[in-house]
Design a protein around this ligand. Sequence first.
Ligand SMILES: Cc1cc2nc3c(=O)[nH]c(=O)nc-3n(C[C@H](O)[C@H](O)[C@H](O)COP(=O)(O)O)c2cc1C
Length: 711
Amino acid sequence: MLRNLLSPVKIGNLELPNRIAMAPMGVEIVEADGKIREPVLKYYEERARGGAGLLISENTAACYPRGANSAHEIGVSSDDFLPGLTALADRVHAAGSRIAIQLAHHGKVGRLDTQQGRELLMPSMPAKQLRPSGPLDLTLEEMGLMAKAAGSEGKPKIREATAQDLEALVSDFADAAQRAQRAGFDAIEIHGAHGYIFSEFHSPAWNFRTDEYGGPVENRARLLCNVIRACRAVLGEGFSLWARIDAIEFGVENGIVPEDAARTAELLEEAGVDAVHVSAYSDPIGPGFTRGPIVHKPSGFVDYAAIIKQRVNVPVIVSGRIEPEDGDRVIREGRADVISMGRKLLADPELPRKLAEDRPEDIRPCIYCYICVAQPFFDRRVRCAVNALAANEIEDAPRLREKTKSPKRVLVVGGGPAGLEAAGVAAERGHEVVLCEKGAKLGGTLRFAALPYEPNERLLDYLVTRVSKLPIDVRLECEVTPDVVREIAPDIVLAGVGPTRAKSTIEGADLPHVFDGDSLRDLLTGQGDSDAESKLSLTGRLAVRAGRLTGLTDDPATLRKASKAYMPLGKSVAIVGGGLVGCELAEFLVERGREVHVFESESVLAQQMAHPRRWRVLHDLREAGAHLHAESEILEITAGAVRFRGRAQGAAEESVPADSVVIAEGLTGNPEMVAALESAGVPVRVIGDASGVGYIDGAIADGFRAALDLD
Ligand SMILES: Cc1cc2nc3c(=O)[nH]c(=O)nc-3n(C[C@H](O)[C@H](O)[C@H](O)COP(=O)(O)O)c2cc1C
């Protein structure tokens, strides 16, 4: 039991029953007029029911539409917004939690200003271009969507804030804070982080002013402190108020440094905050985004929070990929007081309650795939790869909760992510489920995906555990033929039979040192029935057999460790296909000391990864010395080498050494298997990769939907 994390705490006068706060997340469920309606209420209700001590709302626009990041941002700038805001506070209270509102002005990222022809408010005219350097790693479609969301294919117009602008801003924030208080919110958080207006004033990389708002940190923090004082004046002494700040701007020349942030925290305390919420920032386009604010490094901001904690007497809230056990330790060690969790509560809003009930194995884990936060870049509603309900609560929560009135006998074919999700949801809703898996273990392609990427293993464990706790008839090593379907006699078949792999037509693809995804999986996991073992040397065969005999190949974690000592692949490896699978495999191999070349015919690698994760993975691969060949065509695989040519006109033929070659492309749907199942005369619904490759998010969404649609 995580006693520290689950212990009560006070922020000002606000008493929280535990120290888990939902971090603010702009989910863009609100309609384009900034007004809260039922879909938003349901989203928050779900999270309030989940047991978090506090919810911090998504960023809301204190001066809506001015300074808003999107038309889909909640407005707080007039009493027109009051009914929705009041309904939100009421709904969260009725569901048993508390809610702080996060008030924001997006400054240079105020996309709605550009969309509606206003100037972007900034402390100074920027010294650098508002464009990233380095490879973009974005597809043309993504760039188009981002430009559209930004409202400008051309250059945004910028306004250097005048003293009057700043006075008006302070007054607008005080007004919005008072309105939120009237609406029944329990606290106010001023968004002073993430490159928005207050963070720009804070940062010497953006603030070149020579007046009282520029220069030393005391001046750079003045605007935010003025806002706090003005809010305090209207809210009164007993009402909880705090600010979120950047502890550091990673990799930004002349950016915010931790000492600045600590001093700012002291100044904020003097100005009257009841807490400081610590985050961090970087360049928002490119790999910096996954350093801050949406950090990929576990507990990535805790060290900075600890510095600030030493300098203030008010509670410190910290976010940033903090696992519950780590959060518990951070609190025990006195490095922060409250842990704010974002992505994890999208994935499973009931995480706090499950922890309190000592059921951590029932928590649906975030896999840090960045699909959620990729959506707002395109001005789209958030979605979650592992939780298809997230941001769809209005449509699906009632159906999910209600037991079916017409139970069906459901045969789920395939124990991969689509099948596991479908079986789980169907059984939870009261259907009678038989789950058949042809392999000896559940997991399907997810079992292999868990090998290079550890968070996938947590998802695998969660899905398998959930199925094992439900009254599901699980049949392993069960190959489903039409006869088996007839014998089981279901009302419907949900076919999650996985993809098939087209045989590679590359010359040399049949050489002994060439593996495809299936043969590599069979070797590493001891699953499947390919003749991959015959491709190994005697030592290799012995090692792989020993692995199977000792059970070493049973679980991905052990395998990950063991593969650092032995892998059935040579020193230099060529990966043909630089999609999600190829790039994850490349990361895995680079970590195991292999010289890796990745060949991709498209101009952007890892297109199936959400672009923030793609930025991180491709950056790390380049840093680690992997050779990424975009727009390349393989001409031939020979013993010990791969011949290829760039797609650009006149590109010369090249050759790189390759002791082993892995073909990580060519997956397609599985129409033959589906047709075979259909021949049994029972309705069949295809889910997951069998209908076309959709990866984890596609599989989970398909399985979920199919199970909901059973009645
Ligand atoms: C989809 C999404 C939207 C976010 N929107 C906001 C926001 O509106 N305001 C804010 O301060 N932080 C925002 N963040 C950052 C989170 O509050 C949090 O700091 C970050 O996700 C790291 O915490 P985590 O690892 O627990 O997700 C957002 C994060 C995500 C994933």
